[in-house]
Design a protein around this ligand. Structure first.
Ligand SMILES: CC(C)(COP(=O)(O)OP(=O)(O)OC[C@H]1O[C@@H](n2cnc3c(N)ncnc32)[C@H](O)[C@@H]1OP(=O)(O)O)[C@@H](O)C(=O)NCCC(=O)NCCS
Length: 173
């Protein structure tokens, strides 16, 4: 079924008002404690994925003010470890909203308490879908990118969506 390009409120039919990226930008941080670490004293990859999912969901939720579910998480590379006793810092921002789905980018850093030095650990792209009380997808407000960087992320989110949905269609067969 071909959908309208402008997302509309389910009940009133009025077009949904766009929201700036800044309205839902989210920073989350946590101290890495022994129960989060492996035998080398680095945070477990699974724990990082869990935190990424939460930070991304908060940003998506703040953007649309609706319940959201995770539809997909793109490929992840862990470039640098986050050590026991360091802070893990997660910065999440909505890159683009489509009709019922939202792409969120989450950047993860380690932060040394003493020096304050940050190292990039990974970047993740997640897609959340807003749902109603019956679990059916619901339209979400568009994103209004304002800065050069936000416009770049917006454009690239469109390209990633194409690739993602193509892979999704193949997996479904
Ligand atoms: C995500 C979910 C709501 C999509 O339902 P669906 O019936 O496939 O819905 P549709 O085909 O109408 O797609 C709805 C939107 O989701 C997007 N979508 C669906 N699967 C996707 C995927 N794997 N990756 C990215 N986007 C996806 C579609 O592109 C569409 O976006 P748009 O409206 O912005 O164009 C449904 O599959 C679901 O509930 N999954 C389980 C979610 C969950 O529980 N996650 C937690 C971990 S299990």
């Amino acid at each position: 079924m071909k959908r309208s390009i402008v997302p509309k409120n389910n009940r009133t039919g009025a077009p949904l008002r766009g929201r700036p990226v800044s309205a839902s930008r989210t920073e989350m941080m946590e101290l890495v404690l022994p129960q989060d670490a492996n035998l080398l004293g680095n945070i477990l990859g699974g724990r990082v994925m869990h935190l990424i999912n939460i930070a991304g969901a908060i940003a998506a939720h703040r953007h649309c003010h609706l319940q959201v579910v995770t539809a997909s998480v793109d490929h992840l590379d862990f470039l640098n470890p986050v050590r026991l006793g360091e802070l893990i810092v997660l910065e999440a921002q909505v890159n683009r909203a489509f009709h019922t789905s939202i792409e969120v980018g989450v950047e993860v850093f380690s932060e040394d308490f003493v020096s304050g030095k940050r190292k990039h650990t990974t970047t993740a792209f997640l897609t959340y879908v807003a749902i109603d009380e019956d679990g059916n997808p619901r339209p979400v407000p568009p994103v209004i990118p304002k800065t050069h960087e936000e416009r770049r992320r917006y454009r690239e989110a469109g390209e990633r969506r194409e690739a993602r949905l193509e892979a999704h269609a193949k997996n479904r067969k």
